[in-house]
Design a binder for this molecule. Structure first.
Ligand code: ATP
Ligand code: MG
Length: 499
């Protein structure tokens, strides 16, 4: 549509907001205006926000305003309205023809008039207006079809002005962010936790996020990339922060003290202890996870119950009843799909077949071997990253490389079958668990480049080796890019870790 003048963007507020009591509605509107202001400012769109109770108008704002404000929670629809410069029949017809004249030829259209408020004495009636504009558009080559038109020309007649509207843009509804208290979302970089957090923000919760870091920087970078998207698109008005808890000591202790089949479930229990402490400190009223009943063996109903058996903060699992297709579709809609697909799951804790039905008492006994105090203590030592700096910035001494350093030994940590199919020249194969155990036995006189499927396990091990004094790197992104893999040649398998 040809833009004649700066349009007004007219937003209808979620029905859920309009039906609240008047004081609640006033609070919700105040919050909504503040969130809209922030969204507009972040995109340098300027504009004036005029709250008209049943809707909110934004005047004199930049042309991409509808795209930005449709992602502010609590908005039901966004329409672009062109104000008719004058109050007479001719003014309306002139503007209608200017806006729609070249769109209606050979098409079916309908003029839909609507009066808001009282009729100004002496002003034309709505039917009269619709007929005059309709006739003018027929003269432009359009055909009237009131039942099933391709183009709807909405006219709103207010006491002080007439407006012409474009079709409404779909939005996401929900409640204004910040009106439903604060939660703490456990975020891993995978599809589920990002969608879970989004769903609770849609219900008005403002969220802090917590990452339990198992793989150092590459994992944190993935999570921060996901948060950058959530923040940039959906979190106008939020006061969110990311809490990063280094959970590697928990992993190390579990490896030593606990049978592999409990690792997954116990790790989640430990996360809950730590999250509980953080929630208390930041006054979060609920924890949010991306767990789905029965999606993986650690998420059977009885495991979920055991995981949170001692959690004081209520746990919300907004995806509990969804299936993977629904979650992936939601990830696409909210814009996290690509980033989450790239951010591979870190599963250094592959302890074999996990327990599928672990009663709380049994998990308590396993937990006693590690100690919940450890999780709480690590939570106390967390790093806090403000929302303004979610965007990841590479640390100076990155553990990642994209090439084999001179003279380096390449250690392939992938499954043996993958290794035998093809690896890097001169690479040796080491089982990851073995490598974790025996890394300290490797000769220290040469550098190491570690590679694995996605570059997470290798980063984990490289950081560990660095702490032991080795010069070690991880191949960023791992073996995901097939061009990196060379045909199997001159390779050997080391299974025992004894060199
Ligand atoms: P996701 O797609 O979010 O990774 P998932 O289906 O892979 O979820 P799990 O890995 O079992 O499931 O994790 C279940 C939930 O536990 C996640 O949705 C997330 O809320 C939380 N979680 C898992 N790992 C972490 C982590 N390292 N840091 C913070 N939260 C985590
Ligand atoms: Mg996960």
């Amino acid at each position: 549509m040809d833009q004649q003048q700066s349009p007004v963007y007219s937003l209808s507020v979620s029905g859920e907001v309009s039906t609240k009591s008047s004081s609640t509605r006033r609070n919700f509107h105040r919050r909504l205006r503040a969130n809209l202001r922030e969204a507009l400012d972040r995109h340098q769109l300027g504009g004036r926000i005029v709250d008209r109770r049943d809707r909110i108008d934004i005047e004199k704002a930049g042309p991409t305003t509808p795209e930005v404000v449709r992602r502010v929670f609590g908005i039901q629809s966004v329409r672009t309205a062109y104000k008719v410069p004058g109050q007479g029949l001719d003014d309306l017809v002139d503007m209608g023809v200017a806006l729609y004249g070249d769109r209606v030829p050979q098409r079916h259209f309908a003029v839909r008039p609507r009066r808001v408020g009282k009729r100004r004495p002496g002003s034309p009636g709505s039917t009269e207006l619709a007929c005059a504009l309709g006739q003018a558009l027929v003269d432009c080559g359009g055909q009237v079809d009131l039942n099933d038109p391709e183009i709807r020309v909405h006219v709103e007649i207010r006491p002080d002005a007439m407006l012409l509207f474009d079709n409404p843009l779909p939005t996401f509804g929900g409640l204004p962010l910040g009106t439903a208290g604060r939660g703490l979302a456990l975020i891993s970089g995978g599809f589920d936790s990002a969608v879970a957090a989004w769903r609770m923000m849609l219900r008005g919760m403002d969220l802090d996020f917590v990452l339990f870091s198992l793989a150092g920087w590459p994992q944190e970078r993935s999570v921060r990339e996901v948060l950058e998207i959530l923040d940039g698109r959906w979190m106008a008005g939020s006061r969110s922060r990311l809490h990063v808890v280094d959970f590697r000591p928990v992993v190390a202790r579990m490896r030593q003290q606990v049978h592999g089949s409990y690792w997954q479930v116990l790790l989640k229990r430990m996360m809950m202890h730590a999250a509980d402490r953080i929630a208390g400190e930041i006054r979060a009223e609920a924890l949010v996870t991306g767990e789905v009943i029965g999606q993986v063996s650690s998420q059977t109903l009885s495991n979920l119950r055991s995981i949170t058996a001692h959690t004081r903060t209520p746990v919300l699992r907004p995806l509990a009843g969804l299936n993977k297709e629904e979650i992936v579709a939601a990830a696409r809609r909210i814009g996290t799909f690509e980033t989450c697909a790239r951010s591979a799951e870190f599963c250094a804790l592959d302890g074999g077949k996990p327990v599928t039905s672990c009663r709380p008492g049994r998990l308590d006994r396993q937990e006693a071997r590690v100690g919940s105090e450890l999780a709480r203590m690590l939570a106390g030592e967390r790093r806090i990253i403000e929302r303004e700096v979610f965007t990841p910035v590479e640390p100076e001494e990155s553990v990642e490389l994209d090439h084999v350093p001179d003279g380096a030994a390449v250690i392939d940590l992938r499954r043996e079958a993958d290794f035998l199919e093809g690896s890097w020249p001169g690479a040796i194969h080491l089982d990851f668990d073995r490598a974790m155990e025996f890394a300290g036995n490797l000769p220290a006189d040469r550098p190491y480049l570690l590679v694995c499927e996605f570059g997470l396990k290798s980063a984990f091990l490289a950081e560990r080796m660095r702490r032991m004094g080795y010069r070690a790197w991880s191949l960023g992104g791992g073996a995901q890019r097939p061009e990196r893999l060379l045909p199997h040649s001159d390779t050997s398998t080391v299974r025992t870790g004894a060199h």
